[in-house]
Design a protein around this ligand. Structure first.
Ligand SMILES: C[S@@+](CC[C@H](N)C(=O)[O-])C[C@H]1O[C@@H](n2cnc3c(N)ncnc32)[C@H](O)[C@@H]1O
Length: 287
């Protein structure tokens, strides 16, 4: 059953959603809330969005909040999404990262990469496959031990799927070359399981991009793709500032092809690789 939302209820729910995950709903998105949350109203026995909003605001556990965030986030993703971005990783970013990793072999430093809205894991695992291929081509497989990949998301269900690293044939058909499927996946019943050794090289964590970033190290590369499109201009400004603050000088931030930080940050030099935009943290940026 689909519950109808009234105008005052829409204002309440819109505010609640933005407060808890940053998703900024414009006018006329009532249908999104109705279609994505009606099942939860039924499940929680609520008769209206007003009652549901009250329940969400007054719960003590945060369980309902997480379910609402799960339902309202869009977890659309695929392997090697945006061809030229991955050409940039393969041709430019990864050779640079591996050179850096090779030069810090003896001093215990690490190279860190963050997939900051990782959804069900395809982005982080695509990167892990390219890194694995590159270290083998260089004849230096141990360089992989020097590289840390962190994958985070706000959605509990997306993160669980990422950690499980088992994909159905629809997910597998989206952007994964046959040669990579043969090399890095094992068929288990109807699902394909990602190579467990490479999977274990990716650390997963639930992080809401609205929260302060608390890391004990800075990143060489951040992928924050197809998530800022859902945020307000104010939040984008704040987010790109926080990202610049946790990047090493000269570190790179990659957004989705339809996203730009041009109007929102002065902390990056913007350049291009083919038709992909590369945002490099300025060396002289003040922290
Ligand atoms: C469209 S997917 C993009 C996945 C992947 N980066 C890609 O480009 O294929 C957007 C992801 O952002 C996550 N997300 C939305 N709001 C977030 C927030 N405030 N903090 C962290 N992740 C968020 C969603 O849960 C979803 O998995």
């Amino acid at each position: 059953m689909v519950f109808k939302i009234t105008e005052p209820e829409y204002i309440l729910m819109k505010k609640y959603i933005e407060e808890h995950c940053g998703i900024h709903l414009e006018k006329d998105k009532e249908y999104l809330i109705e279609s994505r949350l009606s099942d939860l109203l039924t499940e929680t026995g609520c008769k209206s969005f007003q009652e549901f909003h009250f329940k969400a605001r007054t719960e003590r556990t945060g369980e309902l909040r997480d379910r609402i965030v799960d339902a309202m986030t869009t977890n659309e993703t695929s392997w090697f999404r945006d061809k030229t971005t991955w050409e940039y990783f393969k041709d430019v970013a990864i050779p640079v990262l591996l050179n850096r990793a090779a030069s810090c072999l003896s001093i215990g430093a690490r190279i860190s990469v963050w997939s900051a809205a990782a959804s069900t894991g395809q982005e982080a695992y695509s990167l892990a496959m390219l890194l694995d291929q590159a270290v083998k081509e260089r004849g230096q497989p141990s360089l992989l031990d020097k590289i840390e990949i962190l994958a985070t998301d706000i959605s509990t269900s997306a993160l669980s799927a990422a950690i499980a690293a088992r994909y159905d044939s629809i997910a597998m058909s989206r952007g994964l070359p046959d040669e990579k499927r043969e090399k890095y996946f094992i068929k288990e019943g109807n699902l394909w399981r990602f190579d467990p050794e490479l999977r274990n090289r990716v650390q997963f964590k639930k992080i809401n991009l609205q929260d302060p970033f608390v890391f004990s190290y800075d990143f060489d590369l951040i992928l924050c793709r197809y998530v800022s499109i859902y945020f307000s201009d104010t939040f984008k400004r704040e987010l790109f500032m926080k990202m610049a603050n946790v990047l090493k000088p000269g570190g790179v931030l990659i957004l989705g092809a339809t996203e730009s930080l041009r109007e929102f940050s002065n902390d990056f030099e913007i350049s291009y690789y083919k038709n992909s935009v590369i945002n490099t943290r300025k060396l002289n940026m003040k922290k």
